[in-house]
Design a protein around this ligand. Structure first.
Ligand code: SAM
Length: 660
């Protein structure tokens, strides 16, 4: 029997998780804003709990019902036959998230669900299970979204990032599943990598996860307990077989040829935490860590180990380090990379993009991730060193010249590169003047803003702050930030993932054309300072009366490729900010798209003049049985097909037709 499972993960890991679950054997996968839905039978559920390096929780959906009051919640929860799922001997706890009509307090909602479960057992068996909110045998999850409550059993039993090996923490440790995601995005493990090095290793999370991946060790093998052990459908025989198989794989993995895994940190205490964790993970002898400050890392390592992957998570200020020291540290890391790790790949994870400029290196790929709730970036580099000689690319076996363009990959979430300071450029990324120069960048002057432009900058910051929570909760990365709020700056500013589209409203004839032009330049400056997308990711739609002509024309747009992938409520869309008047996604139609989704379950859906078929994607996500989307433009139909693919919309079920 294949059960409906919801696998949650940290924001930004959904795509990776999707691929991982597919390999583990889950079926009918569908990405959503907090993870991936799928179907899995019991052996697969066990493998998911044991083998997923990325999942947070494995939740078995047990009920879904509409709710408009506390009583409706109680009644819905009472309709579940809890005695087929749990015994009255097991302790339990209820976690609840979300609010809605009649439920304005999630704590109250958790109590109503708890009451329903307790009353159910009392009525049926005359005794009630005990409640343990701290370490229950099993947790029940409730989630209220748009009037619907979903109740689930937490089969993982606490977040799966708790592998069981963390005995001690250094400063600001990464969660284990985030560390695994960073490594996966960096291409680890790969036969082309003979070594893994973290020069700022802290408590060794990246190294331990990396070693476990290379040695085929199941991340859940050392967990003390799982929630499913108290689920009545648990089959201890099947579980024991899954564990035995994982143990055999571990043994084989550790007996094989493994890459060198090395870590350094300047702090003696932190290195001793790393040792404890490595020991607890059963990897002593497979990972070496040592107290060496970054500035002392020397060439011996690269000479000894061929080429490999340097992966690191330098401090970024939110929790540790002073700004000027951090800038210096990043510049030093960039130097170490260039001087000691030529021919290597590198992955740097940081929540402070501005600090990454101090690396003085151009990333060839970037991924947007989150460290907890903190937005962060993973930057991937191919290191050529400072000498101009050819560098052999270890992982591809090709010869490249320093500075040669890297091939692009389809799996890049964001296509923008970190803008590198140009010689003599007058701007500073993130609006902060460079107090410390990165090694191969020139000093930049801070932007001088007029008082009007400063008002605009403040308005953008204020709007962004106001929207931040909503964007995060709704998983939206494309939105209107500003809409001619200040009459002097009559533009709309839309953010699409890391790019910005500026659309100028036609200025009235009374406004001098030169002044309008100057204001537009100011808008660009302000965007650089406040949003820092990099100039190639600022696009303009300018409808301006041209001299000597009555035509409004589009001005040349941004220098980037124009194509980005953006997210909206767990769905992903391709937008093009360069080549067309419209981006492919009408931001202001979002409520209509949501309405379509909410009305589509079990329906057949017809989308005429479908454009990029975003509405169809919503209908499919809402459970439409089938759909037909019609447009006369092949360009838009191909775009629609890409949107289908991005969201796993089955083209056999959801047809696209070219017709007038
Ligand atoms: C954010 S923590 C790394 C956390 C690690 N990834 C983990 O999961 O435990 C950054 C580490 O950099 C180390 N560090 C800072 N400056 C350093 C330097 N100059 N040389 C070596 N290590 C340094 C700190 O001691 C800290 O352990």
């Amino acid at each position: 029997m294949h059960r409906f499972i919801n696998i949650s993960c940290a924001n930004g890991l959904q795509d990776l998780l999707y691929s991982e679950l597919e390999v583990i054997g889950a079926r009918e996968l569908r990405r959503h804003s907090h993870g991936v839905h799928c179907r899995a039978d019991l052996p697969t559920i066990y493998r998911l709990c044991l083998w997923s390096r990325l999942a947070s929780r494995v939740l078995l959906q047990i009920a879904r019902f509409p709710v408009d009051s506390g009583d409706a919640l109680y009644t819905g929860a009472s309709s579940v036959d809890w005695s087929t799922l749990l015994t009255s001997e097991a302790s339990f706890a209820v976690d609840f998230s979300g609010t809605g009509t009649g439920i304005d307090n999630s704590h109250y909602a958790a109590l109503r669900v708890k009451d329903a479960i307790v009353d159910h057992f009392r009525r049926r068996q005359g005794q009630r299970p005990s409640i343990d909110t701290r370490t229950p045998d099993i947790r029940v999850h409730g989630r209220l979204v748009r009037g619907q409550v979903v109740l689930s059993l937490d089969l993982s039993g606490g977040s799966l990032h708790q592998r069981g090996y963390r005995k001690a923490t250094g400063a600001a440790p990464l969660k284990e599943n985030l560390a695994a995601a960073i490594l996966m995005r960096a291409g680890w493990p790969d036969p082309g990598f003979a070594a893994l090095v973290d020069p700022l290793c802290g408590s060794a999370t990246l190294l331990i996860e990396g070693a476990m991946m290379a040695a085929d060790i199941a991340p859940g093998l050392q967990r003390r307990s799982f929630g499913f052990e108290h689920w009545l459908e648990h089959d201890p025989g099947l579980w024991a077989a899954a564990v035995e198989e994982a143990k055999a794989r571990r043994q084989r993995g550790l007996a094989g040829k493994l890459p060198s895994v090395l870590g350094y940190d300047r702090s003696t205490n932190v290195i001793s935490s790393a040792h404890s964790n490595i020991e607890a993970a059963g990897l002593a002898g497979y990972i070496e860590v040592d107290r060496v400050p970054l500035e002392e890392i020397c060439a011996i390592e690269t000479a000894r180990q061929d080429r490999g992957l340097l992966v690191t998570n330098p401090p970024y200020g939110a929790r540790m380090g002073r700004q000027d020291e951090l800038e210096q540290l990043y510049a030093q890391l960039g130097q170490v990379l260039k001087n000691q790790f030529a021919g290597w790949k590198a992955a740097v994870f940081s929540a402070n993009e501005a600090l990454c400029f101090h690396l003085g290196l151009r990333a060839h790929k970037q991924y947007r991730l989150y460290n907890g709730r903190l937005p962060a970036k993973l930057l991937l580099f191919e290191i050529y060193g400072e000498t101009r000689e050819e560098v052999r690319d270890a992982t591809r076996g090709e010869t490249r010249h320093p500075g040669q363009e890297m091939p692009r990959s389809d799996d890049v979430q964001e296509l923008q590169e970190v803008p590198r300071a140009k010689k003599g450029a007058g701007e500073s990324p993130g609006g902060s003047p460079d107090s410390k120069q990165s090694p191969d960048t020139q000093r930049r002057e801070p932007e001088q803003l007029s008082s009007g432009a400063e008002m605009l900058a403040n308005r953008l910051k204020k709007n962004r702050k106001k929207l931040a929570r909503w964007l995060r909760d709704q998983d939206i990365t494309c939105y209107r930030l500003y809409d001619a709020d200040l009459p002097e700056y009559a533009v709309a500013i839309d953010c699409y993932e890391g790019a910005v589209l500026v659309q100028e409203y036609a200025p009235p004839a009374t406004v001098d054309a030169a002044l309008a032009e100057q204001r537009l330049r100011e808008v660009q400056k302000v965007i650089r300072c406040t949003l820092a997308p990099g100039d190639e990711h600022i696009y303009f739609r300018q409808r301006r009366r041209q001299r000597g002509s009555q035509q409004y024309q589009r001005s040349p747009s941004g220098r980037g490729e124009g194509i980005y992938r953006v997210f909206e409520g767990g769905l992903c869309f391709e937008v093009n900010l360069r080549d067309y008047l419209d981006s492919g996604l009408f931001l202001d139609h979002r409520p209509v798209r949501q309405l379509i989704k909410s009305l589509s379950n079990g329906k057949r859906f017809l989308n005429l003049f479908c454009y990029t078929a975003t509405a169809t994607v919503y209908a499919a996500a809402g459970g439409a049985l089938s759909s037909l989307s019609v447009d006369m433009s092949n360009t838009y139909l191909q775009w629609a097909a890409r949107n289908f693919e991005l969201n796993n919309v089955n083209p056999a079920q959801h047809r696209l037709a070219n017709a007038d």
